[in-house]
Design a protein around this ligand. Structure first.
Ligand SMILES: [Fe+2]
Ligand SMILES: [Fe+2]
Length: 315
């Protein structure tokens, strides 16, 4: 077919438009319009300036402690995402990926900052933030982060993007959605903070899927190693869920019982992935979260040509 063939010219014109769309989707310009000038406009640390943590959360010791413990896991996860997204920039194979990862780096730094601010709003002194995170970060979540950051520091872009933008962010996305559903009725401040991070994570997960499929096809020899990493990260994630639901989940359950004894149930009528939050137990909620995240992994990994590996079940 000649280069002047109108069909071919039309085809390459369409290709050109699609490529321009694809590039602009991950540009800094697009990020500015969507994020700082869009859903974050007018917010302070991710929420409306006049929103505060609810009083009963600060007054009921078990609820405050559980909220601190949950927030620490969010900070630990976001610190890992910050280290991974910034660490991957210099290993990215093209300018579009470098540009996108630069925007993601700022998103993740913001997430670290807003969840750190929440810890302070919950009464942790600024000078005690690091020791609180070190004391309360779940060891399985720390190991989960180490598996990913080992790939990033060895310059493995393919494994790093799958570990970060599909596994870490897929987990974060569902955890944030669950927490947002649970906070919508009784903590608008936290729910709004989460809504902004969910919008960011959706963009990050989309980049992982769109950018990495071609690289996996070019490097089929990477698949076995990436699949092994996925199974390992999923194992540490499930172990984190188990410990968090038996610890913070139990204290949240106590607080819910306390509210119900006063004739209130802030979760009335709220459901998430089929679980009725007014009646669900911590162990039932853990199972729904695990199924949701693993289902997401399976779908997203399938789209980039990776075979999902069922993780070992934590003892
Ligand atoms: Fe994040
Ligand atoms: Fe992210």
């Amino acid at each position: 077919m000649s280069a002047r063939d109108p069909g071919t010219e039309r085809g390459s014109e369409i290709q050109g438009v699609l490529m321009a769309d694809f590039l602009s989707q991950y540009s800094i310009q697009r990020w500015l319009e969507m994020c700082p000038q869009g859903y974050l406009d007018g917010t302070v640390y991710g929420h409306d300036p006049d929103e505060t943590e609810p009083e009963e959360l600060l007054e009921i010791g078990s609820l405050r402690e559980a909220s601190i413990a949950v927030t620490v896991q969010l900070i630990a996860g976001e610190r890992c995402a910050l280290a991974a997204s910034s660490g991957l920039i210099n290993h990215a194979p093209d300018d579009m990926s470098k540009t996108f990862l630069a925007t993601q780096t700022l998103d993740e730094a913001r997430h670290v900052e807003i969840f750190t601010q929440r810890l302070i709003d919950l009464g942790v002194k600024r000078e005690d933030v690091n020791s609180t995170v070190a004391d309360l970060a779940n060891p399985n979540l720390v190991r989960f982060a180490e598996v990913l950051l080992e790939k990033v520091s060895s310059g493995d872009f393919v494994a790093g993007v799958v570990g970060q933008n599909i596994i870490l962010e897929g987990m974060a996305f569902s955890v944030f959605e669950m927490l947002q559903a649970a906070s919508a009725g009784n903590n608008p401040k936290f729910a709004q903070t989460l809504a902004g991070t969910i919008a960011d994570e959706r963009r990050h997960v989309g980049f992982g899927e769109n950018s990495i499929g071609g690289l996996i096809r070019q490097h089929p020899e990477k698949r076995a190693e990436v699949e092994k990493m996925q199974a390992e990260m999923a194992y540490y994630m499930l172990a984190t869920f188990t410990e968090m639901f038996s610890d913070a989940g139990t204290r949240m359950e106590e607080a819910k019982q306390l509210a119900m004894a006063k004739g209130e149930n802030p979760m009335e009528g709220v459901s998430w992935h089929g679980a009725d939050l007014a009646t669900v137990t911590p162990s039932e909620m853990e199972a729904v979260l695990a199924d949701t995240v693993l289902g997401e992994f399976k779908t997203r990994l399938g789209r980039i040509g990776i075979d999902y590996q069922t993780p070992k079940v934590p003892a």
